[in-house]
Design a protein. Sequence first.
Lengths: 288, 288
Amino acid sequence: MTATSAAPKPYLTAANQTVSAANGIDYAYREVGDGTPPLVLLQHFRGNLDNWDPALIDALASARRVVTFDSVGVGGSSGTTPSTVTQMARDAIAFLEAMKLDQVDLLGFSIGSFVAQELVLIRPSLVRRLVLASAAPQGAAGMHGWAPEVIAGVGKPTFNPEGYLGVFFAPSPASRDAGRQLLGRLAERTDDRDAPTTWQTRQAQYEAVCAWGIPNHALLQRVSAINVPVFVANGDSDPMILPHYSYLLAGLIPQARVKIYPDSAHGFLFQYNAEFAADVEEFLSDPC
Amino acid sequence: MTATSAAPKPYLTAANQTVSAANGIDYAYREVGDGTPPLVLLQHFRGNLDNWDPALIDALASARRVVTFDSVGVGGSSGTTPSTVTQMARDAIAFLEAMKLDQVDLLGFSIGSFVAQELVLIRPSLVRRLVLASAAPQGAAGMHGWAPEVIAGVGKPTFNPEGYLGVFFAPSPASRDAGRQLLGRLAERTDDRDAPTTWQTRQAQYEAVCAWGIPNHALLQRVSAINVPVFVANGDSDPMILPHYSYLLAGLIPQARVKIYPDSAHGFLFQYNAEFAADVEEFLSDPC
């Protein structure tokens, strides 16, 4: 290897694979890296396998096995996307069982963080440690349906790059520049891309998001039953799920640590892919 | 002034003053600095006017008027210390009224942070901005009565310097050294010291602390009604009121910011007196 050779990009060339689960669904997934337990990722609103930043996945996979998958009805997976977070968690459990994974580390991002919370409450033994990125607990006041400009930015029938940048990146030139670099990385894979997500997925996921955000103080207590170590992280300017809710999670979950990344928004984990991957690695490998 | 002259220490020489309130209590207080609104401080468990770090008070007072006082039955104030946080808040309001203060910034420390929360809920118009140091909301799980080693360290009939250091400072040599320096500063005033706090105050305040810590998830919702900007701060190793509860407050209060200071404990605001005073000043003068 010479000094000018490019770093390897395993996620860019990771094959689309399929596993058939007991619920009758054929799940699309990709995996890179090695190690036990694997780190399984739960994707954001309307995202498929191609919406994970390859730079983040490769950084995470330098130290461990990383698995991305499409849940039911999403991208290349069969079936119809359900409209509740609880059913999404059951569907994720069916995928893990099909993969013969008895225990995993989970990283849930945005709606994926809702699914991750629900999964660890439904089947605690499956989860060793939990990373919640751009997350909020069910029932928190003030987040129902997201702000109008947020759902307008990412909820339209066709992908709107400016709308995506406005939600996933902060208004500063530095953050927007990081956003445009991300769009380049997301477009880099040209062969064997995942199937796009459908309007049915958009509608079902948004219904689940709205239900999750119906304010109900009593439901906040649910996450106090999460008895694994949790790392809560967010961008300081996330307009979709405010960092306020990261503090709330960290204050409700008994074993939580929290980090808020400066000058970033919903996609802080892509903007700070190397730093966030290092923070996740430190958390997952910490003897606690 | 020559380069070798010592910095002025206004709080060390501030006179003990008395004001008579409508509730029949003669309140002991001190004040330094100038400006409107004043910053009024609410003291920790068993603390009197001499238990405020003069370095912190002088740093705060460099930019504004700072008022410290003994609440009912504490130190040089008359009366019997009540055993509920709510009554302590009413007693603090009586002091502010006696001082003819229509609006203040409040800094509550430890049990004083409980009183500050209650005060702003009872009489919102009195408070412009709120600083909660080493704080927790009423009803939070896991803090009832403090850990046995904590109440053993600071709950004995006579002052135990090692017990105080073990609660107010982290175990590291740097933090303990800061603690010994603080004990020196607290002892520096020899004339006109405040009256010591009594066993009656200790018992009543501890009863109030225990009642505050009875777990009740529903009560957590109360602080979501605090509609002023709030700065929540704690030491990362506070054994008395865990930083976990600072995140909980920051997640429940709509307009909150939070900072956790490294390698410090319950007395982080004394250990980091210059940095904390600067952070408070930035918060209080921020246009928000």
